[in-house]
Every structure is written in C-alpha cells, then in structure tokens.
Ligand binder design. Sequence first.
Ligand SMILES: NC(=O)c1ccc[n+]([C@@H]2O[C@H](COP(=O)([O-])OP(=O)(O)OC[C@H]3O[C@@H](n4cnc5c(N)ncnc54)[C@H](O)[C@@H]3O)[C@@H](O)[C@H]2O)c1
Length: 313
Amino acid sequence: MNILITGGCGYTGTILTQELIDLGHNVVVVDTQWFGNFLKKNKKLKIIKADIRDYKKIPLKNIDTIVHLANIANDPGVELNQKLSWEVNVLATNKLIEKAIENNVKHFIFASSGSVYGIKKEREVTEELSLLPISTYNKTKMIAERLIKSYENQIRFHCIRPATVCGFSPRMRLDVSVNMFVYQALSKGEITVFGGNQIRPNIHIKDLTNIYKYFIENPDLPIGFYNAGFENLKIIDIAKKVKQFIPTKIKIKKNNNDPRSYRQSSKKLLSIGFKNNYCVEDAILEIKEKFESKKLKASDKHYTVKWMKKIGL
Ligand SMILES: NC(=O)c1ccc[n+]([C@@H]2O[C@H](COP(=O)([O-])OP(=O)(O)OC[C@H]3O[C@@H](n4cnc5c(N)ncnc54)[C@H](O)[C@@H]3O)[C@@H](O)[C@H]2O)c1
C-alpha cells in the first residue's frame, strides 16, 4: 500500500512509520521536523520536510491511505500559539481531506484525542457521550473531527481518540504522565504529583501504532470515532507503579489546575476485533532500560512546549 503520514517524524509517527515499512508498505512522511528526524533511511520511505499548511507540497497522487498525526499536540503547546494551532489542527486538516478527495485517496485516519469529552461524571466514557472539550487543544480536535465527518460520503474515515500515550520512541516525549514520572524517578529520585486522585486513561505507544495499522489494513471497518485507551489509572497510582521498579520518593502537591478525571472505555475498539498487548509497566521498564543504556539523554526537545518556545513557535 502507499501510505502518507503527516507528523511521521513525531513521537508516535516515528514508531508507526518504521513498523509500516517493516510490513512492506511504501510510506511518504510530511513533517516540519520541529523535534528532529529519527527515521532511518529506507528505499520504501520518502521524507518531505514541509508544513502541512503548504498543501501544494503534499504529494497525494496514488496514495491509498492518509494517517494524519501532524498537529500542535498538547494543551500548553496550543495555548502558546493559538493562531498557529487553529491553522494546523483545523484549517490544514480540512484542506488536507479536501485535497485527498480530489486525488481519489480512499481512506483518512486522524489522531484526535481522548480529551475531547471534557469532564464526565459517567464512570465509563464511551463514544456515545457528548463532547464538552475544555481546553483550546481539545476544541481544535473536536472541530477537526466534525469537519472530517462532514466528508463521510466522499472518503472513508476513522478518528482515533487516544488516551495519554506512554513508552519509548526515538523522538521521545517526556511531557506525558508515565514517561515524565519515570524520567523524574531515574534522573532525580523524586516524582512530583499534582493532586493525584484524578483518574486518566493510558495507552502504550505500541498498542496505539497497532491500532493505526489495524485500520490501515481494514479500511472497511465501520467509519467513525474510536476511543483508544486500556488502563484507567489514578495519577498517584502511576507514580506508585514507577516506584515498584525504580527507587524514588513521591512528593504530592495540592494545587492541581487540571480537574479532568475520567475512565475511557475502548469496548467499541475491542468489539471490532482489536486486541491490546502492552501495559504501563512495559513502558516503565523500556524507558528505564533506555536511560540506563544511555540511549535516552536529557534534552529540551523532549518537552513540547519548552522546545516550541526555544525554536520561536
Ligand atoms: N502523545 C499523546 O499522548 C497523544 C494523545 C492523544 C492524541 N495525540 C495526537 O497524536 C498525534 C501525534 O502526537 P505525538 O505525541 O506523536 O506528537 P509529536 O509532537 O511528537 O508529533 C507531531 C509531529 O507533527 C509535526 N508537525 C506539527 N505541526 C506540523 C505542520 N504544520 N506541518 C508538518 N508537520 C507538523 C511535528 O514536527 C512532529 O514531528 C497528534 O495529533 C496528537 O495531538 C497524542
């Protein structure tokens, strides 16, 4: 298959691109490379260093499937530059799907976010519940989803709503909870937890890339929205899991300005035959191993908003 991945040099994209090449697919990556490029050269891979807002640079001829990951990818990043975020996360997404249809691309997969639901009192957050996004980041995701759905008669689409992702990637993110706690424990011997009782869903990066592959290989699965998170954990319990493997203190701070607490249910994804294989413990152990073997070194690049400020975004 010919697959185009926007954001293919990112945390998720780097793993997904490599796995698709290993499966024998031809992959085109379009990425600004704001956080670098860790993809290995391969004759099945074409990398285009470009901004998706410059849609003329996106080659869509003969592409079967688009996996659209390129976004300003967290709350503080979006707050830092809201104009850029609306342009990339919403306007460029709309243009991309229009151009995909014009070029006869058959399938569009979008990385939305489990945070589109906002705060929910229901114990199980399923796809049937209403979306009440809180942050601007969450709002850009909801609006992008609605734009994509408006083309449902012209292209098959699957919007994946990932929980917070954990695990190692050559383009590493240390601003996501599990990864951040592991790194704090390893580098400082102390984890700082804000609040702690809020429950959040988690997903291992390899389960997430397996989900994208599952939809790529099965484009006829029912179109629509799919939650993707398998472990609903209290933040304090994530810190305690880290402590099981890495000696560390846990410092609890009372002021918690992020009130979201919810259990994401991925029953719908499981009902279409997807099986998850990894857990938070796997992520903890693999990050520990990379740190100890000096393959994971401190860098501001691992913190999205810190790095965006540094490169003038
Ligand atoms: N990591 C998570 O916990 C998580 C959870 C839910 C949803 N998501 C979503 O998954 C997707 C991938 O996230 P990630 O964690 O890999 O983030 P990431 O920041 O590592 O990757 C995003 C990539 O997109 C590129 N990019 C950004 N804007 C671009 C533009 N205008 N043109 C071209 N390239 C651009 C960046 O250079 C980067 O390589 C994002 O849409 C994110 O919102 C991530």
